[in-house]
Design a protein around this ligand. Structure first.
Ligand code: SF4
Ligand code: SF4
Length: 153
């Protein structure tokens, strides 16, 4: 599935909106960065990233713990699709969908390149080692967890 019938990796020959559902899911690198809370400044509308992870994120695995029901349980969860990839300014530059949409290809640590789901963690791209579940923090303190934008991808 990582390659087309002629052996060419599907993400190098297909546009995002041409991929099958299976290919689309495989393209996610499992970093969990899109599951970090974003805070919007009520005064100027600016959006600030935090190191707080959505309460449904299994931080150890960097996977949603209830992917099927995520929108019912977390109404703010944004389903990423080929159109949104180009519109969501907060989508990290490392995000595989963004990289492919921008013609940058996949990085060495992407599981489809390395063959291992661990490399996204080993490269420090995933949120596994430094995020904190929002469930462990009072909403009144969310602002204390604002971080700089992630730009290492
Ligand atoms: S940021 Fe992109 S690649 Fe990383 S988990 Fe989210 S959708 Fe997947
Ligand atoms: S509901 Fe799941 S997919 Fe959506 S932001 Fe939370 S952990 Fe991520």
């Amino acid at each position: 599935m990582a390659a087309s019938e002629d052996g060419t990796p599907f993400w190098t020959t297909k546009l995002l909106d041409e991929m099958t559902a299976e290919e689309w899911e495989a393209l996610c690198d499992g970093c969990g960065r899109c599951c970090l809370l974003k805070l919007e400044d009520e005064d100027d509308g600016s959006v600030h990233l935090t190191r707080l992870a959505c309460g449904l994120l299994d931080i150890g695995k960097c996977r949603c713990s209830d992917y099927e029901n995520r929108h019912a349980k977390m109404p703010d969860c944004v389903a990423i699709d080929p159109v949104k990839v180009k519109r969501l300014a907060w989508l990290p530059t490392s995000c595989a969908y963004r990289r492919v949409a921008e013609g940058r290809g996949l990085a060495w640590w992407h599981p489809l390149i390395s063959g291992s789901p661990e490399t996204v963690h080993e490269a420090g791209i995933s949120v596994r080692d430094w995020s904190l579940s929002e469930t462990r923090v009072s909403p009144l303190d969310f602002e204390r967890f604002i971080i700089s934008d992630l730009d290492d991808g």
